[in-house]
Design a protein around this ligand. Structure first.
Ligand SMILES: Cc1cc2nc3c(=O)[nH]c(=O)nc-3n(C[C@H](O)[C@H](O)[C@H](O)COP(=O)(O)O)c2cc1C
Length: 200
């Protein structure tokens, strides 16, 4: 794995209020780094200067807030969209840009309707990347305790979710990262791997 992914660059951009999303972001970062990927790790608040096109893989993580990304994440993505549209990067038909991949990960507590409270947020965020020609490799939904609400953490649709994401959840995330790298490698075989090539 180390050889296959060496030279690959990934950005992990996340927003987290009570730490759940940050735990997942760290697990993803560790697994990518262990596979030899060059990882940049930033909170979205500090990622305004990140050029998505400078990375082979951009991972964006956030909690579901009323089945949307939180406002600061939405603002961050909209600003990026404006910027890229101005640079002609948002094209009709959204032609694929070879070697550019995105991963969306969303933590949620699902107290009312379960995972359906997270899926709209994940799909919505994925669209920002598809519009740029990135291949969205997945939307991952990870259960997280609803900190500050015992009721929502114990009596919701998902039952007792205190302490989540726990080690088991994070191990599953790590396994998924390993599988994702295999997919990226398979997709990029044949000279499509873009390395650090971007629009500069
Ligand atoms: C203001 C607010 C709104 C939330 N809305 C939802 C929601 O609609 N659906 C859901 O599943 N979880 C909801 N949650 C729970 C969070 O998505 C969940 O606990 C998440 O893992 C928190 O991530 P963080 O610790 O990284 O901030 C909400 C939490 C807060 C604080």
């Amino acid at each position: 794995m180390r050889c296959q992914t060496s030279g690959m660059k990934a950005a992990i951009l996340y927003w987290s209020k009570t730490g759940n999303t940050e735990k997942v972001a760290l697990a993803i970062a560790e697994e990518l780094a262990a596979a030899g990927v060059d990882v940049v790790f930033r909170r979205t608040e500090e990622a305004g200067d990140i050029d998505f096109f400078s990375y082979d893989l951009v991972c964006v993580g956030f909690p579901s807030y009323r089945w949307h990304p939180p406002r600061p994440v939405d603002d961050f993505l909209k600003e990026k969209h404006r910027e890229y549209r101005g640079r002609g990067r948002v094209e009709t038909g959204a032609p694929k840009v070879p070697g550019k991949h995105a991963l969306v990960f969303c933590t949620y507590s699902g107290p009312h309707t379960g995972i359906r409270e997270a899926i709209p947020a994940g799909l919505y965020v994925g669209q920002f990347f598809e519009h740029l020609g990135f291949s969205v490799l997945g939307e991952w939904y990870i259960v997280g305790e609803f900190h500050g609400s015992l009721e929502k953490s114990t009596r919701g649709r998902l039952g007792d979710i205190r302490g989540r994401p726990d080690e088991e959840d994070l191990d599953e995330v790590r396994r998924r990262v390993a599988r994702l790298l295999e997919r990226v490698w398979a997709m990029d075989i044949g000279g499509h791997h873009s390395g650090t090539r971007g629009e500069g």
